[in-house]
Design a protein around this ligand. Structure first.
Ligand code: SF4
Ligand code: SF4
Length: 393
């Protein structure tokens, strides 16, 4: 593609994304770059990306690789005075050009290829998606057998296949089981929900996933979707309705908060100082701030402390927007990854447990503990794991 074709493709794509015409209202204030966790390490902040597109030098942005450094943390979009959809439009459309040019980072290309072929980024058989249900001591019903349930529990790829994230899936399923909730899973009929695919600019694959997933959802009778995956929650809440799928979607932090009175009766005592990490797509993107804090504060014996950067100002774990697949690329460009800075911040306020509410957070932060030497001093747990521990204590 020559630069003119690139610009034409770019404008065609952002033209399809709501509010992206605000692009022309960029006042070059620099708030986005100043807010970005990678602002100091990139040649092209969102401000400079917009300037480069205006100047017709989009090829220079693409060759710098700056489009792949964005973690889709949404800070710039939230703070931009012109309300430009940087995270949902400006950057994914640049990434699409990079994909069309055939030069995305290798590890990301492999993850996208695996999702297209296998329905998950792990290159695992779809038949193994519900293998985790054989590793628990209670029954996890399949909706294909049950036919009807109040909650359809969407585990998403990390929750179904990743060694550590599966433990979160099991913990949340066990909490629902103990509460006697009427839930079921799709098992091997579930495939990637696709939010990271969308944010990576693979719009064709995202649409394909949405259409296939909706066809499966429509086979069964359920009232709501519940998920512990922040990106699945975001896509089901904000993107799937654009394709005609409208069901109530509940994040597991909201679910736990709604069940808090029942949970309080079951809670024993824990003895931890904990802090809470606001995941970007639970907090900043979707405004869920108080529910997880209320749940944690309700556990007897838990001392709750806040970090310095919280709620809409929380630091990102670095896993969103494809960051979870771009570890080598990020390490090449950045001295200290956001997850490393975040675990240091959690330790500095005296926390023994860093509590998270997005499956991607746990592997990102556990890796950061190893790099920073904080292993043994700080633990990372999902909120459902702490809740289960309190019930079983
Ligand atoms: S914050 Fe918004 S208006 Fe300011 S430079 Fe960035 S994109 Fe432009
Ligand atoms: S979404 Fe976050 S990481 Fe991406 S450009 Fe904006 S501030 Fe930076």
């Amino acid at each position: 593609m020559d630069v003119e074709e690139m610009l034409e493709t770019y404008f065609e794509r952002i033209g399809e994304i709501p509010n992206s015409d605000r692009f022309i209202q960029c006042i070059q204030c620099g708030t986005c770059g100043g807010s970005c966790p990678y602002g100091m390490g990139t040649l092209f902040t969102p401000r400079r990306m917009i300037l480069a597109v205006r100047a017709g030098i989009v090829d220079e942005v693409l060759s710098s690789g700056a489009q792949w450094l964005c973690t889709s943390c949404f800070t710039c979009s939230l703070r931009c005075p012109s309300q430009i959809p940087i995270t949902d439009a400006i950057i994914p459309a640049l990434r699409e050009l990079s994909l069309l040019e055939g030069n995305p980072p290798e590890e990301l290309a492999a993850a996208l290829m695996n999702i297209a072929r296998y329905g998950n980024s792990f290159r695992e058989s779809p038949r193994k998606r519900d293998k985790w249900i054989k590793e628990v001591d209670f029954e996890v019903p399949l909706i294909s057998k049950k036919k009807k349930a109040e909650y359809l529990f969407v585990t998403e790829c990390f929750g179904a296949y990743h060694r550590r994230c599966k433990e979160i899936t099991k913990a949340f399923a066990k909490v629902m089981h103990i509460l006697g909730v009427d839930f079921a899973i799709l098992g091997n009929e579930e495939r990637c929900i696709g939010d990271l695919v969308r944010l990576c600019g693979e719009f064709g694959l995202f649409e394909d996933l949405v259409e296939k997933n909706i066809r499966v959802f429509e086979k069964y009778e359920f009232d709501k979707i519940v998920t512990h995956d922040a990106h699945a929650y975001n896509a089901l809440l904000r993107e799937y309705p654009k394709f005609g799928f409208e069901k109530e979607v509940v994040h597991h932090t909201q679910f736990l908060y709604n069940e808090l009175e029942k949970l309080k009766e079951l809670f024993g005592k824990l003895d931890y100082t904990v802090t809470y990490h606001d995941s970007c797509y639970v907090g900043r993107r979707n405004g869920i701030y108080e529910e997880p804090r209320e749940v944690l504060k309700a556990i007897p014996g838990v001392k709750f402390v806040e970090m310095r950067r919280i709620k809409e100002n929380a630091l990102c774990c670095g896993g969103g927007g494809g960051g979870v697949w771009l570890d080598s690329f990020i390490k090449e460009h950045i001295k200290e990854r956001p997850a490393e800075s975040r675990v240091k911040e959690a330790a500095s306020v005296g926390a023994e447990v860093l509590v998270t509410a997005c499956t991607l957070d746990v592997p990102m932060f556990e890796d950061a503990l190893k790099v920073t030497g904080l292993e043994g001093q700080l633990e990372v747990k999902d909120i459902s794991e702490i809740v289960l521990e309190a019930i079983e204590s």
